[in-house]
Design a protein around this ligand. Structure first.
Ligand code: ATP
Ligand code: MG
Ligand code: MG
Ligand code: MG
Length: 569
């Protein structure tokens, strides 16, 4: 391809809202452009990388026996009412109406639709197992879209759904997906780790996440360097509980007097960023035995996701989302003032799961009069999460007894999940077994964040000059930079010939025919992150030599033009 035909759109400056390096570089390299919060145009070069990721995913999904289809982005509310998710899901679900005033939604995921398809199309055990997948646009109205396309509102996901006859079958399908994911992330050239994502309630590893290791990741991973043990923070129960306990007792010991409204102190006592604090508190509340005094966090205002840990509230059967009035009732607090909550001697935590940018909290211990009002948790804390948790957790014995644990940060790029019969039972998705008896299909679901992967790869691969792509994801594999394309016949001829030769050999090559000065030309391609650069000039051509440089090489080297093909293949 010629550069003049590939719409280069590099920028000197990063947008002011870009917090992480991948977001900055994706905009500067001309891969994406923001349209609205969490909604992006994928420019031609960005789309090229997306397509490369999709192709690898598609190849490995097909290899694993999954079958591609495409489900609608706009889905009728009725299906989601069948499973209760229409009501249960908070404002992350984008609900819309058609001209007849009927309710629809834009898919955040597709369990309902695929289960509906399966119940209509699959009748017999002979048709099972089957695994359907799609690569399709998703929409989640994230409270805090950020990091460019890593936490977008509109994004692309590969989602697969397996249907099996029984639990044994599901285990096999799940393992096949797990193995396919491992191949995919290896082929993409990423440093990643698979972590247990639940506490094993379903039995064994019912759910695992794949995390790309990066300091800017939003999740914390507890792992044992000398064994296979790896879990996300929620799943690493005992460990994070230790951390929270340590932080909480420290906080309690230093808690200011009850009427003191000093949020900064509270936050500092806990030494955790807000989101993680709340997550950990929820977890700790789940497991509290009544002997530990913990902070509770109450959210006022915009908080559809408030969840009362119902197991801790007498008379409530299961955890669910609570309305503001229910929370107020539970707190028996006057309007505009929530807290303290003291449900028997136990700890209750009522919290929003994603509380960034929120203010005016009430928080405190589960003790009358021991609370703060008007707390603004949105404040940035000086110390990063990993360091704090590290102090509390690193060096603890690994649950598998094979060493000690450490902690790092990750970006969740994939998630495999054994659903069981939750959806098939809710929606009557059954098949006839060998005895002619109706049985619910046993399901699994498997997601990969296609667009998030680009950001994650850049978080792992970058330097002061720009992106350092794994070759599998780079928008181009090789760039040819001619010195005087429109001035020297010899240079033009050699560049064109090499370009055609590489194309014929299946190399994704771009020829810079823009006539830019060398400095500007090199800077562009380094920013874009093309793995190999070939510079062709009159002087080298005298000896049939060109300059060759890998993106991270310190120096270029002179090599014969005739060897370029073999070098880059
Ligand atoms: P997160 O914890 O980051 O919010 P999730 O657990 O809600 O992700 P899943 O429902 O497991 O996401 O969806 C499957 C995959 O889709 C995730 O592993 C992630 O890679 C990707 N994904 C989820 N939300 C987003 C988003 N807002 N922007 C981009 N990719 C996303
Ligand atoms: Mg999410
Ligand atoms: Mg997640
Ligand atoms: Mg997930």
């Amino acid at each position: 391809m010629k550069a003049s035909q590939s719409f280069l759109a590099t920028l000197k400056e990063a947008p002011s809202d870009a917090e992480v390096v991948s977001h900055k570089l994706m905009v500067r390299a001309g891969l994406i452009r923001k349209l609205s919060a969490g909604i992006y145009n994928y420019l031609p070069l960005g789309l090229k990388s997306i397509r490369k990721v999709e192709n690898i995913i598609r190849e490995e999904m097909n290899r694993a026996g999954a079958i591609e289809l495409l489900m609608p982005m706009i889905q009728p509310a009725e299906l989601w009412q069948e499973t209760g998710r229409w009501e249960k899901m908070g404002p992350e679900l984008l609900r819309i109406k058609d001209r007849h005033d009927r309710d629809f939604l834009i898919q955040p995921t597709s369990e309902e639709v695929v289960t509906d398809l399966a119940r209509n199309e699959i009748k017999s055990y002979k048709q099972l197992p089957v695994n359907f997948y799609q690569i399709q646009t998703k929409f989640r109205d994230e409270r805090r879209p950020r990091f460019g396309i890593m936490r977008g509102r509109e994004f692309s996901m590969k989602d697969a759904y397996s249907f099996d006859r029984d639990a044994e079958g599901l285990k096999r399908s799940y393992q096949m997906m797990f193995d396919a994911y491992t191949r995919i992330f290896n082929r993409l050239g990423l440093k990643f780790r698979a972590v247990t994502a639940d506490n094993g309630a379903i039995g064994g590893s019912g759910s695992q996440e794949f995390h790309v290791i990066a300091d800017t990741g939003e999740d914390a991973i507890v792992y044992c360097p000398s064994s296979d043990y790896a879990a996300n923070l929620e799943a690493a129960e005992s460990l994070s509980l230790i951390a929270v306990r340590a932080a909480a007792s420290q906080a309690m010991a230093k808690a200011p007097t009850p009427d003191q409204t000093n949020c900064a102190d509270v936050a500092q006592f806990l030494k955790l960023p807000l989101e993680q604090t709340v997550k950990s508190l929820l977890l700790a509340a789940d497991q509290a035995d009544g002997s530990v005094k913990l902070f509770m966090v109450l959210v006022r205002g915009d908080h559809e996701l408030n969840e009362i840990k119902a197991s801790k509230i007498p008379g409530m059967a299961e955890s669910r989302f609570a309305s503001e009035s229910e929370i107020k009732q539970a707190c028996s607090a006057p309007a505009g003032y929530l807290g303290p909550v003291g449900v028997s001697a136990e700890v209750t935590v009522v919290a929003d799961r994603t509380v960034a940018n929120m203010a005016d909290f009430v928080c405190g211990a589960n003790e009358a009069g021991h609370h703060f009002i008007g707390v603004n948790w949105g404040r940035d804390l000086p110390e990063p999460l990993v360091m704090d948790l590290r102090n509390a957790v690193a060096g603890d014995p690994s649950p598998d007894g094979k060493g000690v644990v450490d902690i790092c940060r990750g970006i969740e790029v994939g998630h495999v999940f054994q659903l069981g019969t939750r959806y098939s039972e809710a929606m009557g998705c059954t098949y006839l077994d060998q005895q002619g008896k109706a049985q619910p299909m046993v399901m699994g679901c498997y997601g990969i964040g296609v667009t998030r992967l680009l950001g994650a790869a850049i978080e792992q691969g970058n330097d002061e000059r720009g992106i350092v792509w794994p070759i599998s994801m780079a928008p181009f594999e090789v760039v040819i930079c001619p010195m005087g394309y429109d001035k020297s016949e010899a240079v033009k001829a050699a560049a064109d010939q090499l370009h055609d030769e590489l194309i014929a050999a299946g190399v994704d090559v771009v020829l810079d025919d823009r006539g830019e000065r060398p400095g500007a030309m090199f800077a562009d391609w380094e920013l874009i992150g093309v793995p190999f650069r070939v510079v062709i000039g009159d002087r080298g051509l005298v000896d049939a030599q060109v300059e060759f440089k890998g993106r991270t090489d310190a120096e270029s080297q002179n090599i014969p033009l005739s060897e370029i093909k073999a070098t880059v293949i």
